[in-house]
Design a protein around this ligand. Structure first.
Ligand code: NAD
Ligand code: TYD
Length: 349
């Protein structure tokens, strides 16, 4: 089996590449990534010499390049993670999100369709999406697979649009697709612009912790390793044309999460209790800030037997320990040094 994983140098993608290489030694994995600011080949140092792993630097917004890549390779499956992924950046530059997330996804669907030529036996196109397409919840209820799409940010609107195109290619052309919509991930190798790694980095450096609004927004956090396991199960056993929600049954208001994080960090850094929390600084709220996300993942549990493996307290502690013992990774990412890694490893190609 030869699988194309897009966005494999990013946060979740690197965990998915690692998971598939370790779990399926007979598979060939091609990682296609443009290496934007969010792509970092150092995330995959431990697997880069695996003979079944290949990295291709390329841009999913380039349709001709994708057609050629699919012509040169017989991919049996695609796991599509490449995207612009940060809500704040989508507010600053919405167009980039349309081009990468919508056009890039359509280009990939076109390349898969051209390559597979209506012979879909054993083929699968798996699109990785987000719970943010469902919009925002009040204090009650959960997102199910039947919840209507109601995206509010340019990021979630672009992901919603790409989800619709994936379904449209299934319904119109018969491509065997599967989609999952996952809640907020946390864990190692996450770019320190997202809440948890940003705040870990700021606490280490005694910098302010910018809490948007009152910190009352709620997110449902899932350990990235559990997400990779869910992706494995859905890729292999999910029904074509279906959507699966993935979540941690783990709702935290931002401020409660930040307080927990501060407590763990005080302990790990040997600082007096309460020291890190003094860095909390309330700042202007994010425009269009969704109040609450919470996922009902009972379909995935019932039909495919997946459940998260660890508690949030344990996962967060492991995550903090990882960032503290990988200070070089964090320094490299925050200083931009990681962007030299590709040239050092692969030369200027
Ligand atoms: P990320 O920003 O860490 O990584 C994205 C990767 O895509 C990077 O390696 C980047 O270089 C690559 N990329 C971007 N534009 C590209 C292009 N034009 N061509 C090729 N590669 C390109 O993102 P992430 O947090 O790992 O998210 C991965 C996927 O999972 C995204 O589709 C995102 O919408 C989805 N998702 C993320 C979360 C989360 O909490 N992070 C939750 C649910 C769903
Ligand atoms: P983020 O990690 O950007 O994920 P998303 O917006 O996709 O949920 O943000 C998680 C939550 O934390 C969200 O409610 C916004 C909030 N937040 C802050 O309060 N301050 C920050 O500096 C960041 C990056 C996020």
């Amino acid at each position: 089996m030869h699988i194309l994983i897009t966005g494999g140098a990013g946060f979740i993608g690197s965990h998915v590449v690692r998971h598939f290489l370790k779990s399926y030694p007979s598979y060939t994995i091609t990682n296609l990534d443009k290496l934007t600011y969010a792509g970092n080949l150092a995330n995959l140092r431990d697997v880069e010499s695996n003979p079944n792993y290949r990295f291709v630097r390329g841009d999913i917004t380039d349709g001709d390049f994708l057609l050629q890549l699919f012509q040169e390779n017989q991919f049996d499956g695609v796991i599509h993670l490449a995207a612009e992924s940060h809500v704040d950046r989508s507010i600053a530059n919405p167009t980039e999100f349309v081009v990468t997330n919508v056009l890039g996804t359509v280009n990939l669907l076109n390349a898969a369709r051209a390559s597979w030529q209506s012979d879909y036996e054993g083929k699968r196109f798996y699109h990785i999406s987000t719970d943010e397409v469902y919009g925002s919840l009040g204090s009650e209820g959960l997102f199910t697979e039947e919840t209507s799409y109601d995206p509010h940010s340019p990021y979630s609107a672009s992901k919603a649009s790409s989800d619709h195109f994936v379904r449209a290619y299934h319904d119109t052309f018969g491509i065997p697709v599967v989609i999952s919509n996952c809640s907020n991930n946390y864990g190692s190798f996450q770019f320190p612009e997202k809440l948890i790694p940003l705040f870990i980095n700021n606490i280490v450096n005694r910098k302010p912790l910018p809490v948007y609004g009152k910190g009352e927004n709620i997110r449902d956090w899932l350990w990235v390793v559990d997400h990779a396991q869910a992706i494995d199960v859905i890729f292999h056993q999910g029904k074509s044309g279906e959507t699966y929600n993935i979540g941690g049954h783990n709702e935290w208001s931002n401020i409660d999460l930040i307080r927990l994080l501060c407590r763990i960090m005080d302990g790990k850094l040997g600082r007096p209790s309460g020291e890190s929390e003094k860095l909390v600084t309330y700042v202007t709220d994010r425009a269009g800030h969704d109040l609450r996300y919470a996922i009902d993942s009972s379909k995935l549990q019932r039909e495919l037997g997946w459940v998260p493996s660890i508690s949030f307290e344990k996962g967060l502690e492991l995550t903090v320990e990882w960032y503290l013992s990988n200070a070089e990774w964090l320094d490299d990412v925050t200083s931009g040094g990681y962007q030299r890694y590709y040239e050092e490893m692969y030369g200027n190609r």
